[in-house]
Design a binder for this molecule. Structure first.
Ligand SMILES: *Cc1c(COP(=O)(O)O)cnc(C)c1O
Length: 497
């Protein structure tokens, strides 16, 4: 299997090359030239395997240039009970009849990003070795909160790599900020940017694309790569847990092999739900992919109208990891849907960067409607949903997962669709204690972050993640705050260039 660029279909590279490069030189994203298939027999067999074995099986279909031993090296080192608080890696909780919560947050940083970022450093260093790269790989990350910490945790002290993380100064939760600014490791740097997530991401993309910087890197045996979900090495690991969840539900006799399910995903950059779309197109029986947004509902509007329009106010919400107006991975979806028409993608995404808007064809609108449903909810609705689920089912949702549950409830009420449904739960409630406590108690808590964690422990009964409890006594290592204009110089300074 080869990988193409969404902006140049003639690009033909291996998965190792795609993972090392991160993003194509033409500004496009790498996608597999075709989507491999998985049969129902194969899915059923996964039910008897461990998570690393399931992962290795799915990876073997995408990373066809890797040997089995290379893939197993990656999966067996990443998906261990040393890194994850549950042996199942991704846990399934039964919320109510026919509705399952896929808990993707049992990793070291308590958000679903760990599912991919625990394995990405292994995929990346293995890829670099395979294609004889002898440069140090510099990872630049733009984060709305969770990616940054998960990437730092994954890459800290990984030989041959260096990592720099940019987060919006006022756009992350206190706990997310503390997780990042206290990060250990000799090869890490963390910096706040005066701006929002889109500013961070745009800046990183510009630095990636700068010829001047590229030449300096080349002269110093350095190269950039990305740990954002524009990197295929981030996307591929996310396909696995949807197929794995289905295999578990069949094994547990919750569904019969071949039954369709719905998948609901709280969405920001469109990476997680795109992985579910890949799973569906591999052969996983999926009825609807339900895209859940917060008040930054650019995707709800897009799926419902075919018009993508980012010309609107950016709103800071209690689900900050979904506060995004430019969802990068949509480019991959549209590339597939328009039959790999790179000229069409260039036209739409050119318009997006010029005018902030594009409109897809009627054919694509129909395809979007066939595969997806979409909805959004406000902060008030999110809090009410946390409270309702807590009172009724004694289950404590974080703010992002609550958006998904609420949008799903609305979808069900509107359509009457009774298909069994898997809802992706993307963060531990402890990561957003202040908002979750406020939702359950009905008023803002006056406790400090750590007392809030104790209080949430009392209310939920869930074990406190050791990594969060430990933050209280960890010293802050990184306190730089810069403007957008200073981002490039910051990177050069950190690299000693
Ligand atoms: C990143 C993140 C999301 C959004 O996922 P995308 O792949 O960017 O759509 C949702 N919830 C949480 C908690 C996240 O960290």
């Amino acid at each position: 299997m080869y990988y193409k660029s969404t902006r140049d279909s003639s690009v033909k590279i291996t998965s190792a090359e795609a993972i090392v490069q991160g993003i194509s030189k033409d500004g496009g994203l790498f996608v597999p030239s075709e989507i491999p298939s998985v049969s129902m027999d194969e899915i059923v067999k996964l039910g008897d395997m461990s998570y690393p074995e399931r992962a290795a099986f799915i990876f073997s279909k995408y990373l066809t240039d890797f040997t089995d031993a290379e893939i197993r090296y990656c999966t067996d080192n990443a998906y261990t009970s040393k890194n994850f608080a549950t042996e199942n890696i991704a846990e399934i909780s039964h919320l109510f009849d026919g509705t399952y919560i896929l808990e993707l947050w049992h990793g070291p940083t308590c958000a679903f990003k760990d599912m991919a970022l625990q394995i990405l450093p292994y995929l990346l260093t293995t890829s670099a070795k395979k294609i004889n790269i002898d440069k140090k790989i510099v990872i630049l990350v733009a984060t709305s909160g969770d990616t940054g910490k998960a990437a730092l945790e994954g890459f800290a002290d990984v030989p041959g790599t260096q990592i720099m993380v940019f987060y919006p100064e006022d756009g992350v939760s206190p706990m997310q900020k503390r997780q990042m600014t206290t990060q250990d490791g000799e090869n890490v740097a963390v910096c706040a940017l005066k701006g929002n997530f889109d500013d961070c991401q745009t800046g990183v993309k510009q630095i990636f694309g700068s010829k001047e910087i590229a030449e300096k890197l080349e002269a110093n045996k350095l190269m950039f790569s990305s740990a954002n979900s524009i990197n295929w090495g981030r996307l591929a690991p996310q396909i696995i847990y949807y197929i794995s969840a289905y295999a578990t539900l069949v094994k547990d006799e919750e569904i019969k092999a071949g039954d369709k399910i719905n998948i609901v995903v709280p969405t920001g950059n469109f990476g997680n739900i795109l992985a579910a779309y890949y799973a569906k197109n591999m052969g996983l029986p999926v009825n609807k992919l339900i895209c859940a947004s917060n008040t930054n509902k650019v995707l709800t509007d897009f799926i419902n109208t075919g018009i993508y329009d980012r010309n609107r106010d950016f709103v800071t919400t209690i689900s900050p990891s979904m506060d995004i107006l430019i969802s990068s991975n949509l480019e991959r979806l549209l590339y597939i849907m328009c039959g790999q028409d790179d000229a069409q993608i260039k036209e739409w995404f050119g318009a997006l960067s010029k005018t902030g808007r594009y409109e897809v064809t009627d054919e694509i609108k129909a395809k979007l409607k066939a595969d997806f449903a979409a909805g959004f909810c406000t902060d008030e609705e999110t809090k009410a949903e946390i409270k309702r689920i807590y009172d009724k089912y004694s289950y404590t949702l974080d703010t992002h997962s609550a958006v998904a549950v609420k949008v799903y409830e609305d979808y069900k009420a509107e359509t009457g669709d009774a298909t069994k449904t898997v809802i992706a739960s993307t963060a531990s409630p402890y990561k957003f204690s202040a908002s979750v406590l406020e939702a359950i108690e009905g008023e803002k808590s006056s406790l400090d972050e750590y007392a809030m964690i104790d209080k949430l422990n009392e209310l939920s009964g869930y074990e406190i993640p050791a990594s969060l409890a430990a933050l209280k006594t960890k010293p802050v290592r990184f306190s730089d705050v810069i403007s957008k204009e200073e981002q490039k110089d910051y990177v050069l300074k950190e690299l000693g260039l």
